[in-house]
Design a protein around this ligand. Sequence first.
Ligand SMILES: [Zn+2]
Length: 153
Amino acid sequence: MSNRMLVSPYSFCWNASCSAYGQPDLGNIRKFGRTPGGVQRYQCRLCHRTFVETIGTVFYGRRRSQETIIECLALLAERNSLAAIHRVKGVKEETVMAWLRTAAAHVERIEALLLANYKLTRAQLDAMWVYVGNKGEKGAMPKPMSAAPSGAA
Ligand SMILES: [Zn+2]
């Protein structure tokens, strides 16, 4: 895994209950007007869920790019240890854990990003959340698909 740009947030569906969830370039996403604030809105032709182009922006104001953060989470899902990630990416263990706790507050979106960019399996994603469940704050692990993502429009 080398540094690279993440796939466009409007190239795949962000709805976890959609058959096209996290699968880029299926041709199921179309432009769907703009928000009152002028942000481009998109719609999945399959599930009809709409979302805005900023939906993928989960990590604001971090020193590391979102690409790096998502890559570290993908490495964790692929069963790399925190020590290994520190060695390979130069990111401290507590930093990765802090990202993982932030990710846990946006399960549907983070999984969409990981699926779209790293072709992870359901089991790998689950393993990653178990990790934050074990090592993170007690009760910090939300149920996937509990509420509508705040980025939905
Ligand atoms: Zn969809």
